[in-house]
Design a protein. Structure first.
Length: 104
């Protein structure tokens, strides 16, 4: 379960994803997507294969950013789980301490 502990991480995650998106937009075009200038074709149309190649490149970039964000979320969830475990252990220790004090 995601607790309030997750909320402080949402802003850095948004900043990271925004940064990653901006960086992905700066990728220089490959030779296949720039091989035919749009002005040389009638009506300024690009060949379909060039458009498909560009879409494939965008999909790869998107897939990489999604994988990166998923890894970040998994790491965060692992840390949250560890913190939850520490909290439970602390509560158990406090209860044991109280029980010991009652016996004395």
């Amino acid at each position: 379960p995601i607790s309030f502990f997750f909320l402080p991480f949402s802003l850095p995650l948004f900043s990271f994803s925004n940064y990653f998106y901006k960086m992905s937009r700066k990728i220089p075009p490959t030779a296949s997507s720039t091989s035919t200038p749009s002005s040389s074709l009638p009506g300024g149309q690009r060949p379909i294969h060039a458009m498909l190649q560009q879409e494939k490149e965008k999909e790869k970039t998107t897939e990489l950013s999604i994988q990166t964000m998923m890894q970040i979320l998994q790491n965060m969830q692992t840390k949250i789980d560890k913190i939850d475990n520490i909290e439970k252990n602390t509560e158990n220790t406090e209860k044991r301490t109280e029980n010991m004090e009652k016996r004395m």
